[in-house]
Design a protein. Structure first.
Length: 69
């Protein structure tokens, strides 16, 4: 009777460990997929900010006209 209980406890422990490992130790592919999904859910950058940054980085012949000569 005791042996049967120990075997059942071992089986339950093994199943619980497998479920825990599957849930909390994600594979590299799953982590990458989750990261990609998070990045896709982020709002796109504001086009006005992006345009302003492009204007501020504009250079002619390697000079931005902000340098002191």
């Amino acid at each position: 009777m005791l042996a049967v209980l120990l075997v059942m406890a071992a089986v339950i422990l093994a199943e619980t460990s497998a479920l825990f490992a599957r849930e909390f130790f994600k594979t590299k592919e799953q982590r990458t997929e989750q990261r990609v999904e998070r990045e896709m859910q982020k709002p796109p950058p504001d086009p006005i900010d992006e345009g302003f940054e492009n204007i501020m980085r504009y250079a002619v012949n390697g000079k931005t006209r902000f340098e002191r000569e």
